[in-house]
Structure formats: C-alpha cells, structure tokens
Design a protein around this ligand. Structure first.
Ligand code: UD1
Length: 381
C-alpha cells in the first residue's frame, strides 16, 4: 500500500509525525512525504523535522509565500504532476492550512482517495481562511479522522456519511506525549518563576495595526507584573516592524524568534499563563493543565473550553488583563483531558486505513506494543 502525506506549514509537522511513525511499523506500507514549502524558514520547518524524528521530505514543492489564491494555486499546479507520477493508494492531509485544501482538491479531481487528519473542527467563522480550508477539505475527503466528538456532530450536520468518519483522538497530543520527556530535559531560556507565554499570528489579530498596537500595549501592562515571553511568528514580526516606533517591541516584552518544538513545549509546561490565538496551543495547554487565554471571539476547538483550561477573551484587552489577574491571584481554570487524547490517535488511524485496505493480516496492523487501539465508532443522530 502506498501512502502519501502532504504537509506544508508548522502545525502540520507535529500531526504527521505520529502517523508516519505508526505506519512505519507495517512493512507492507510504503510512505512518501511531500512538503509544499508553504513554510520555509529553518525555524518554521526544518527544525521540526529534526526534533520530531521525521525523515526529510521526499519532495519539496517550494511554493513559498503569496496571496491565498496564488499560494493555493501554486501548490495545486506543482502537486498534480507529482501525484500523477506517484499514483498513491491514499493521500493523507493534515489540519486546516492552505496546503491541506490545495492537496485535497487535486486528489479529488484525479480520483485518488484522501484522508483528512483533524477533520470536523469548526469555528463557524467564515472570515477565517482556516475555516474555509476545513469545510472544503472535509467535503472532499473520503476518510475523516476526528479528534473529538464535536467533529463528528459537525460533519453529520454537513451531510458527511457517518461511515466515512472515525473518532480517533488527537494526533498533536500523541506527539506531545512522546516528546514530553525530552522537553523536560531541554535547557530553556532563562525564565523567571512566573511568566506569560504569548503567541499571536492570526491575520485578524496581527494584520490590523490599531488592534496589534492595543494588544502590545496590554502585554506591556502585563509585563509590569510578570515576565512576558513572546516568540514571534514571521507574519507578526513584519507587522510589528510596520508599526515603527509605536510598536516598541523592546518595551518590557521578551521578543524571541519562533522556537523549536521542544523549547516551546518546555516553556509551555512551566508557564503561569499562555496567551495565544493558535489552534494547537489551546489543545496542548488543555492537556498540560496550563491556563490558556485565547485572543479570539471563537474557537474550532470547543472541547478546550468545555473540559479544558482554555478561556476565550475575544477582542477585549480589559478582559485579557482581568483574566490574567485572576490567574495570578490563584484562581486559574482547572480542566480535564478530553477522551482519546491518550497518545494513541495515530495507531487508531492506521488501524482504520489498513482495515479498509483489507489485504493486511491482523498482526500487521497491531500497535507498537502489540496492542490494538480500535477507533470509537460513534453513530451520531
Ligand atoms: C499558516 C496557516 C495557519 C497556521 C499557521 C502556523 C493558512 C491559511 N494559514 O499561517 O492556519 O496556524 O500557518 O504558523 O494556511 N513566513 C516566513 N517564513 C516562513 C513561513 C511564513 O517568513 O517560514 C511569512 C510569509 O512570508 C508570510 C507570512 O509569514 O508573509 C504568513 O505565512 P503563510 O504561510 O501565508 O501563513 P501563516 O500566517 O503562517
């Protein structure tokens, strides 16, 4: 069986790693990794391959940056001939980035089966490019692997057949669990006992200069009470630079380059509070039990609000300051780890894929330690 993985942007790499590893246990499976080149800086891409133990991509489409249309079209144009040449049995796409939807669209036109890992998540906010990518990818995919039950409900509402949908758990948490011991040994930048860890990169937060300025001012207010450590995404770095003097990046904030996975994880588990607009970090903080304040009006990961440690503060800096103060005063939200976020999601995915393929003997699709991790089949009414 030939399986082709398509990845392109930073959050994809943590998701492909456990699936690649689990499929690697099966000699009958031949794997190819295609990197679209959507993210290309060493510290946005290569360092993740190194730390996560992923082999270098077999192909890099080197599409680089561009408008959404240009980037998506470029991926499609460069991916199509490769797909025709390789003719895999299944293509796996991950998450909600432009590379995800571009690859899924090419596959569906060529009648090549697509599996979407992290299917079904919805923010119900169509102004987010990622929401469009999620909805379209799920309509195109043949196999849909959801991280939590809300994903199954969303897909059922959109008319996706329940037979295509498999609740498997969270592959990003698979990676976190595997890498946590290494992160615990990782030397971290010199940080005080209490600190806020900040990441912001969504267009809605960083492309509006007035709002970005207001956010930076609030972070500087926070920095009067606790250290603020802010690894800056390239998009955000460029937008802060455009603010000129008013951006005043140095005023009390510790601005860093984007961090490697292990360093960021080591900081996350020690943080007093995490302030973010990322999707994956809402999940990681929920797993780690670290309070998370999400600077967005909505989230496609409601389970992190319902059972985890996540709070939406919206576009409201007063709320951000008040919630941080509550955490500093010892009133953080406590949470539970959602079902199936147990380090075995990738094995469940492999179980589904190999079972569907049908010609692999049972002992071939058993998990690493000889255990079977069947996915939970849910009938959603
Ligand atoms: C993309 C994803 C987003 C994900 C994020 C994680 C889409 C629509 N968005 O957003 O879902 O949460 O990745 O990082 O796919 N840049 C660099 N170096 C790099 C990569 C990007 O300088 O290695 C610059 C680009 O030139 C561009 C900006 O960062 O100006 C944005 O990159 P882009 O790939 O368009 O999307 P992200 O904002 O990173």
């Amino acid at each position: 069986m030939r399986i082709l993985h398509v990845v392109g942007a930073r959050p994809n790499f943590m998701k492909v790693a456990p699936v690649h590893r689990a499929l690697g246990q099966h000699p009958g499976v031949q794997q190819t990794v295609v990197h679209t080149g959507q993210h290309y800086d060493f510290n946005m891409s290569d360092v993740f391959f190194q730390q996560l133990g992923l082999p270098a991509p077999d192909f890099n489409l080197q599409v680089g940056s561009g408008s959404h249309a240009r980037q998506t079209a470029e991926i499609m144009t460069r991916f199509e001939p490769l797909l025709l040449e390789l003719s895999p049995d299944l293509v796996l796409v991950y998450g909600d980035v432009n590379s995800t939807v571009a690859a899924a669209l090419v596959c569906s036109k060529l009648h090549i089966r697509v599996g979407h890992v992290e299917a079904g998540l919805r923010s119900f906010d169509r102004s987010m490019p990622e929401e469009i990518n999620r909805m379209l990818t799920d309509q195109l995919a043949d196999l849909l692997f959801t991280p939590s039950e809300d994903g199954n409900l969303n897909l059922a509402r959109e008319g996706v057949s329940t037979e295509q949908v498999h609740l498997v758990g969270n592959v990003m948490i698979d990676t976190l669990i595997r890498m946590l011991p290494a992160a615990e040994r990782q030397p971290v930048p010199d940080v005080p006992e209490r600190f806020a860890l900040v990441t912001l990169h969504r267009p809605a937060n960083v492309d509006d200069p007035a709002w970005l300025q207001e956010m930076l001012e609030s972070l500087k207010t926070l920095a009067e009470d606790l250290a603020v450590i802010f690894p800056v995404h390239p998009r955000t770095r460029d937008q802060i630079a455009k603010l000129g003097q008013n951006g005043c990046g140095a005023c009390g904030l510790t601005l860093l380059d984007p961090l490697p996975y292990l360093t960021f994880l080591a900081l996350q588990r020690k943080a007093t509070v995490v302030i973010t607009d990322s999707g994956g970090i809402q999940e990681e903080t929920t797993f780690l039990g670290i309070p998370c304040l999400t600077v967005r009006e909505n989230t496609e990961r409601p389970i992190t609000l319902e059972t985890g440690t996540n709070t939406l503060v919206g576009r409201d800096t007063r709320r951000l300051l008040a919630e941080t103060e509550a955490i500093l005063n010892g009133r953080p939200r406590t949470g539970r780890i959602p079902p199936l976020w147990d380090g075995h999601a990738a094995e469940r995915i492999v179980h589904v894929i190999l079972n569907l393929h049908g010609d692999v003997p049972e002992d071939e699709w058993r998990g690493e330690k000889g255990k079977v991790f069947p996915c939970v089949s849910k009938t959603v009414s």
